[in-house]
Design a protein around this ligand. Structure first.
Ligand SMILES: [Zn+2]
Length: 320
C-alpha cells in the first residue's frame, strides 16, 4: 500500500504546503483513492504521477473548507480531461449539496456519474476502490471522521521453497495449486493446495483521520492497524495557549495516544502554517517533531507535500 501526501498544511496554504489531501493506493495498482481535497489539490496532482482517470473515489473527512474546497475544480478537470468512468464520493451529506450547487451555478456538466455515499448512512465495511473501508467518528467543531483502509487480499502466494524441496516440477500444476486446486501428479502423488500456499497474514490496514481533538476515539480503529495518519496541528504549548477548546490535536496528544495504543507507524500531517521548515524558522517544525518523539517510540514521519511512503509486504512503512 502506498501513501502520497498532496497537502499537509492546516487551515490555509503556505509557500511550501498546500491544504489537506492524501492519496492512498495499492502498490501494484494504478487506481487510487483521495482522502480530502483542499483547494488546489488538482495543482498538486500535476507534480505527482497520479491520474484523474484512475481515481476510484474521493473520501471527505469533514466539511471544513481546507478539506473539501478543491473538489468542484477537481471534478470539472476530470470531466474536461475526458473521464467517463463513474467516481465514488464518500462524504458527509452536505458535501453533495455543495458539489451540486457549484456545478449548477457554474453550468458545469460532469461527463461521468458520481456515486455518492453519505457517511451518515454508513455501516460496517464497504468496498471502495481496492479497499474495504470502515469509518470512525471523531471529535471536532463539525462532524469529522477517520477512514480505515483494509487491503483486499489478492491471490495467495505459492510456497516456492516447499515446491522445490518436494521436487514438484514447475508447470501448469503450480498455477492450479495457486488457484486452490488439489493436483494429482503423473508420479502418483496427490498435492493438497493448502499445503503449498503461504499464509497471507491479516490484511494490512492504514487509518487516515480527519481533524480530531480526542485521539482516544481511535482506540478501536487502530487495533491491528499498521499506520495511523493523523493531524498534529501544533505543539502542546500552543494548544495550551488556546482559551477555547482547540478542536485539534497537539503533537504530544497524538504521540501519547499512538504510543499507548501500540501503533507501529505514525505519520503526522495537517500542520499549522506557523511552523517553518528553515533552520531559523520560529517556531520551527523541528519543535513539533521533537515533541512527538518525546512521547512516541514507534516509527514517526512528519509528512511534507508530495512525500510518498510504502507499506511493504513485511509491514514496514518506508519513504519512497
Ligand atoms: Zn477542520
Amino acid at each position: 500500500m502506498q501513501l502520497e501526501f498532496l497537502g499537509t498544511c492546516a487551515g490555509m496554504p503556505s509557500k511550501h504546503r498546500n491544504v489537506s489531501a492524501t492519496a492512498i493506493r495499492r502498490s501494484d495498482a494504478k487506481g487510487w483513492c483521495l482522502v480530502d481535497c483542499g483547494e488546489g489539490t488538482q495543482h498538486q496532482l500535476l507534480y505527482s504521477e497520479l491520474s484523474l482517470h484512475h481515481l476510484h473515489a474521493v473520501l471527505i473527512t469533514h466539511v471544513h473548507g481546507d478539506h473539501c474546497l478543491g473538489l468542484p475544480g477537481l471534478l470539472a478537470t476530470a470531466s474536461m480531461s475526458g473521464r467517463t468512468e463513474p467516481l465514488t464520493l464518500v462524504a458527509p451529506k452536505d458535501l453533495r449539496v455543495m458539489v451540486e450547487a457549484v456545478q449548477a451555478v457554474t453550468r458545469t456538466h460532469c461527463n461521468f456519474p458520481i456515486h455518492f455515499l453519505a457517511i451518515e448512512d454508513w455501516s460496517g465495511q464497504v468496498v471502495v476502490g481496492d479497499f474495504r473501508v470502515d469509518i470512525t467518528e471523531l471529535s471536532h467543531r463539525v462532524p469529522s471522521y477517520a477512514f480505515g483502509f483494509n487491503e483486499i487480499p489478492r491471490r495467495r502466494q505459492l510456497d516456492i521453497q516447499r515446491l522445490q524441496r518436494e521436487q514438484v516440477p514447475a508447470g501448469p500444476e503450480w498455477g492450479r495449486l495457486q488457484q486452490g486446486e488439489d493436483v494429482a501428479l503423473s508420479d502418483g502423488r496427490l498435492l493438497q493446495a493448502e499445503d503449498f500456499l503461504l499464509d497471507p497474514g491479516p490484511p494490512r490496514r492504514i487509518v487516515i483521520a480527519g481533524d480530531n481533538d480526542r485521539p482516544e476515539l481511535l482506540t478501536g480503529a487502530v487495533e491491528g492497524a499498521d499506520v495511523l495518519v493523523h493531524e498534529a496541528t501544533y505543539t502542546q504549548v500552543v494548544a495550551d495557549r488556546n482559551d477555547n477548546r482547540p478542536q485539534h490535536s497537539s503533537a504530544e496528544m497524538i504521540a501519547r495516544f499512538a504510543q499507548h495504543a501500540g501503533v507501529p507507524h505514525l505519520v503526522l500531517t495537517h500542520i499549522s502554517p506557523r511552523y517553518g521548515d528553515g533552520p531559523r524558522s520560529q517556531p520551527a517544525l523541528s519543535e513539533l517533531e521533537q515533541e512527538a518523539r518525546a512521547h512516541y517510540r514507534g516509527t514517526l514521519f512528519l509528512a511534507r507535500d508530495l512525500a510518498r511512503y510504502q507499506l511493504e509486504p513485511d509491514r514496514q512503512l518506508r519513504p519512497l
